[in-house]
Design a protein around this ligand. Structure first.
Ligand code: MG
Length: 239
């Protein structure tokens, strides 16, 4: 019987480790990295895209199919195979996006295979979400404008801990069909400035929705096969 139990327990059929708990092999550089980022409630005038209860502001990428991301304790969680989700509302001009996210603990993964997701402004320009804790951030790491600009500093918290992005996005400007100003982003990661009015010289970063960059676009959250969680998502239009 004991041999049988060992066969069962030792052969990988045991329940997978909880991705929302760190284990003894994880060490944080400082205690604050294990504390959730401060949550910022939507200010007056904000458009709430996720309040912890309803998925109604979102659809699949076809713009009409209801999404089935999981609702768990005030968060929504993507799962492999579901596909990206987009906000029903489209945005243009200048606006602030606030969102909070947390990355699962996937110690056996590496590189782009640990807690990968991403948030795309206008469905086109990705701010990467990834477990880049403790790394020297490159242009594909967490808080990078994907493949364009690495963050100025690595402001990551540990996986499983709530983090925040505050992104002030300015849409590109066009005159007579010609681009006169590129899209720009200022990004705060957990309250730390990581991009300051950074120009984005392309019309779409990898795996973005593309389309006419002169037109409004949605907020897109990426399904990259990892159970990343989101909460408290709102947009504040700016002058
Ligand atoms: Mg990504």
């Amino acid at each position: 019987m004991r041999a049988l139990a060992c066969l069962f327990l030792c052969s990988g059929f045991v329940t997978a480790a909880d991705p929302w708990k760190l284990d003894a092999s994880f060490t944080a550089a400082k205690p604050a990295d294990l504390q959730d980022a401060a949550t910022t409630p939507p200010p007056a005038g904000a458009i709430v895209l996720f309040d912890g209860k309803s998925l109604d502001a979102w659809t699949k990428k076809d713009g009409k199919t209801a999404i089935t991301w999981k609702l768990i304790d005030g968060a929504m969680e993507g799962f492999k195979g579901h596909g990206d989700i987009i906000s029903k509302q489209k945005f243009d001009g200048r606006f602030q996006l606030h969102l909070e996210f947390r990355i699962p603990y996937e110690p056996t993964g590496s590189g782009q295979g640990r807690g990968n997701s991403g948030v795309y402004l206008q469905g086109r320009y990705e701010v990467q979400i990834l477990d880049s804790y403790g790394l020297k951030s490159g242009k594909n790491d967490c808080a990078a404008i994907y493949d364009i600009h690495p963050p100025k500093v690595n402001a990551c918290k540990a996986p499983t801990v709530w983090q925040s992005y505050d992104i002030v996005f300015t849409a590109p400007r066009y005159e007579n069909g010609k681009k006169t100003e590129p899209a720009r982003m200022t990004v705060y990661h957990n309250g730390t400035l990581v991009h300051e009015n950074a120009p984005i010289p392309v019309d779409n970063t990898r795996a973005g929705m593309g389309g006419d960059p002169a037109k409004p676009g949605p907020i897109l959250l990426q399904d990259h096969g990892h159970p990343v969680q989101y909460r408290n998502i709102w947009v504040l239009p700016q002058k």
